[in-house]
Design a protein around this ligand. Structure first.
Ligand code: RB5
Length: 156
């Protein structure tokens, strides 16, 4: 690995949630702002009910296109929004509710979207999870071979 993928000045983040993740998204937005990340909020912008696949698709497209390097998606559990995002080619969305998984999802799986559930994790831990996830590089090596197998399989 030659180039860091974690430089706050160059890393771009797309974030989105459904209504059930709206409050936690606001908390994560605050962290992104405080830490100086460049990010775009793809909604939703209130607690009015919306369908999580719509938000997942918008954020996943933004990451797949390369316009944003990473995505963060939040719903009630982090499950539905992650399932939806993972249907898109090139997306590796990881549901993480602890910092160990967050770090491993970057080092081992080169996850490009982090998903979390507002009904599962508190704001303090969620901030730490997102911060660790954003600051961890893909380890490459044997992990690159494995991730490549996923990429190859997607194309079949
Ligand atoms: C919404 O009620 C809830 O189903 C959604 O946020 C998410 O948890 C789905 O997986």
């Amino acid at each position: 690995m030659t180039e860091s993928q974690t430089n706050k000045e160059t890393l771009t983040v797309a974030i989105g949630s459904d209504h059930a993740g709206f409050r936690l998204k606001k908390e994560i937005n605050r962290m992104l702002q405080e830490e100086g990340y460049s990010f775009k909020d793809f909604g939703t912008f209130s607690e009015e009910s919306v369908d999580y696949p719509d938000i997942a698709i918008d954020v996943a497209k933004a990451v797949r296109s390369g316009e944003y390097q990473r995505g963060i998606l939040i719903c009630g559990t982090g499950i539905g929004i992650g399932i939806a995002a993972n249907k898109m080619e090139g997306i590796r969305a990881a549901l993480c509710h602890d910092t160990f998984s967050a770090k491993a999802s970057r080092e081992h799986n080169d996850a490009n979207i982090l998903t979390m559930g507002e009904r599962i994790v508190g704001p303090g831990l969620a901030r730490d999870i997102a911060a660790v996830w954003l600051q961890t590089d893909f380890a490459g090596g044997r992990h690159a071979r494995r991730v490549q197998k996923i990429i190859d399989f997607e194309k079949k």
